[in-house]
Design a binder for this molecule. Structure first.
Ligand SMILES: [Zn+2]
Length: 273
């Protein structure tokens, strides 16, 4: 049997006590918190049905990858095996790469690509393959490389926000996404660096909060980028930000990109659930 598959062979061990709740699950709460990855993406699939149908069907691949991330993460925290750790990190890298390939605005491409989205996708695909190989060679580098996506992603979203002469809804979405990223990364870092303190106050569960917040942060970012892309490349479709279940409850609703003359009106969307 490969030792990389064996329990506890991973480079990292999060703050939560191992096997304290179940003899079969290494980190119980860090494992079950991944359940949210199987609840939200199908909902997102339904909300973006019109977008996928009329603009970009590949968005559905993002929802599938999000579920894959949840499955790999659950496997990793259940076993703390090195293979689990690598699968978890590599699936996140794939999801980030897919997001970049689908929505990174053409106006910020390296000049050599001349705004050609096909070439940019090939370029991202090659980088993703290199990143995947690097993940297997130097596993300790992975989490830092993944976090390195955040700064350019944030900066590009900020530039796009200025470009669309921000409608109040877009500004609010950008702010919410930023707060979610800050909260989730803080949970990740605090769990990793201040474990003694969390054990002292009997709350070593911050990594499970990271799972939930990062899922929401990624979803909000997808909505934001899909909206920016649609306003730039598909303006004639009249993309607008809407909220489910009630479009006037923007604070507690789930945002999505709708298209004017939308066959999936709120009424029809409500019937889906
Ligand atoms: Zn995790």
């Amino acid at each position: 049997m490969f030792k990389e598959l064996s329990r506890g062979s991973a480079d990292v061990d999060w703050c939560e006590d191992n096997y304290s709740i179940s003899p079969f699950i290494a980190e119980f709460y860090n494992t079950i918190s991944n359940a949210f990855f199987f609840v939200f993406p199908p909902m997102m699939w339904a909300l973006f049905k019109d977008y996928a149908h009329r603009i970009n069907p590949s968005i559905n691949l993002m929802w599938v990858l999000m579920m894959l991330v949840g499955a790999c993460s659950a496997y990793f925290h259940c076993t703390l095996s090195l293979v689990g750790q690598l699968l978890d990190e590599v699936s996140i890298l794939w999801a980030f790469s897919l997001g970049a390939g689908l929505w990174f605005p053409r106006r910020y491409y390296p000049r050599i690509l001349k705004g050609d989205r096909r070439r940019f996708r090939i370029f991202v695909f090659i980088l993703m393959l290199c990143g995947t190989m690097l993940a297997f060679i130097k596993p300790w580098l992975n989490s830092f490389l993944l976090l390195a996506f955040v700064v350019p992603g944030f900066w590009t979203a900020y530039l796009e926000l200025r470009r669309v002469q921000s409608h109040q809804r877009v500004t609010t979405l950008f702010r919410t996404a930023s707060v979610l990223w800050i909260v989730s990364i803080s949970c990740w870092v605090a769990d990793r660096t201040l474990c003694d303190f969390w054990l002292f106050v009997s709350f070593p569960y911050l990594h499970s909060f990271w799972h939930v917040f990062i899922l929401l942060a990624c979803y909000y970012s997808v909505v934001l980028y899909a909206y920016f892309d649609a306003t730039s490349e598909w303006a004639e479709m009249g993309p607008v930000l809407r909220y489910w279940p009630n479009d006037s409850h923007t604070k507690f609703g789930v945002p999505y990109v709708a298209l004017k003359s939308n066959p999936y009106s709120d009424e029809n969307m409500n019937k889906i659930f």
